[in-house]
Design a protein around this ligand. Structure first.
Ligand SMILES: NC(=O)c1ccc[n+]([C@@H]2O[C@H](COP(=O)([O-])OP(=O)(O)OC[C@H]3O[C@@H](n4cnc5c(N)ncnc54)[C@H](O)[C@@H]3O)[C@@H](O)[C@H]2O)c1
Length: 313
């Protein structure tokens, strides 16, 4: 068998994760838990070692409540901090990039990695950058994909897979198998979709929820009460936006609006008024709700408690 074909057929047994932040650490843990050897690299010295400590405190309670059936020591032992990018990617079958959301930085990383390891599969965990924006800097874009994981994978056991336009069927099949091997529902995006699948659907929910409030038709809490009762879940879109962070939500909304062809798609006054006032949601103590005890976390909500004031007819 020729070496290229042998490389294409290689099983993914060794993974390099680049970026040891919130998502990089969790991706490394999932890969290690699936029995793979993981090399973790971060540009900040010591960040990969810190990530191992963070993972321990994050995952111990999750394992204690039975949400994961892991031997944590064995999982963490399979994650090896790498001193250099080269050491991380040299023998990897798959490189997963999870550095900050900055296109020039990601392009630089991918151009470097694809020369350092000419046969590895390459994936970006970016939330908003399509892999097509990285395809021209890699040696072989047939091996390049978006692989979009979710934070707190034990509760959100899914990943979205999207090609770069030049990705081979073989790579898509291998990456879909890889996602499933992590125990994740692996959703394959056909073609290119801004926001992949769930973030695009979530964007439509946010936009309409904000439009209802901006139009004066309902208060945020009443939208959330209806949503929660209708779908049988514990909070609605405004509670969710507060948890994400309203500054982050506003940035994401702006990125959709910038490429929207819909003339009614414009920044939400209600959202921007809160951001301008420094009310960024849960992290700042106030957003659409007040924290640490927002209405949606009181027992019996959304049915009980004081409903929003009835507006004059
Ligand atoms: N946080 C989330 O919920 C979430 C969910 C899905 C996808 N993502 C995506 O994952 C990526 C990382 O997000 P995060 O929340 O983990 O960010 P983060 O800020 O927690 O971590 C990013 C890490 O990358 C490191 N880094 C930056 N530049 C680097 C470089 N050139 N080489 C190596 N390391 C570098 C930083 O030191 C930091 O430790 C982003 O693309 C983001 O869109 C995040």
């Amino acid at each position: 068998m020729d070496p290229e074909r042998a490389a294409a057929d290689r099983v993914i047994s060794s993974v390099a994760v680049i970026g040891a932040g919130t998502l990089g650490a969790q991706i490394a843990a999932m890969c290690a838990a699936s029995g793979r050897d993981v090399r973790l690299f971060d540009i900040v010295p010591g960040a990969s070692d810190n990530a191992l400590g963070r993972l321990r405190s994050l995952l111990e309670p999750v394992i204690a409540r039975g949400a994961l059936d892991w031997d944590l020591d064995a999982v963490l032992a399979r994650i090896v901090p790498a001193a250099t990018l080269g050491a991380a990617v040299a023998r990897a079958d798959l490189v997963i990039e999870a550095i900050r959301e900055h296109l020039p930085a990601k392009r630089e990383i991918f151009s470097t990695i694809s020369v350092m390891n000419a046969t590895a599969l390459l994936a970006t965990n970016s939330s908003s950058i399509p892999s097509s924006a990285l395809a021209d800097v890699v040696v072989d874009p047939t091996r390049l994909v978006n692989l979009h994981f979710f934070s707190e994978f034990w509760d959100r056991a899914a990943v979205e897979l999207m090609g770069c336009g030049a990705t081979s069927d073989e790579t898509m099949r291998k990456m879909a198998d890889f996602g499933r091997s992590l125990g994740l529902f692996t959703a394959v995006v056909r073609g290119e979709s801004k926001g992949f699948i769930i973030n695009r659907v979530w964007r439509a929910v946010k936009r309409e929820a904000l439009a209802v409030v901006d139009g004066g038709h309902a208060d945020p809490e009443d939208v959330d009460r209806l949503w929660a009762l209708f779908w049988g879940i514990g909070y609605g879109p405004f509670g969710m936006m507060d948890q994400v962070g309203l500054d982050v939500v506003a940035d994401i909304e702006d990125s959709y609006i910038a490429v929207s062809s819909d003339p009614t798609d414009h920044p939400s006054p209600a959202l921007h008024a809160l951001v301008d006032a420094g009310k960024l949601g849960e992290k700042s103590g106030e957003g659409f709700y007040r924290y640490p005890d927002p209405a949606y976390r009181t027992p019996g909500w959304p049915r009980a408690g004081s409903p929003s004031e009835t507006p004059p007819l």
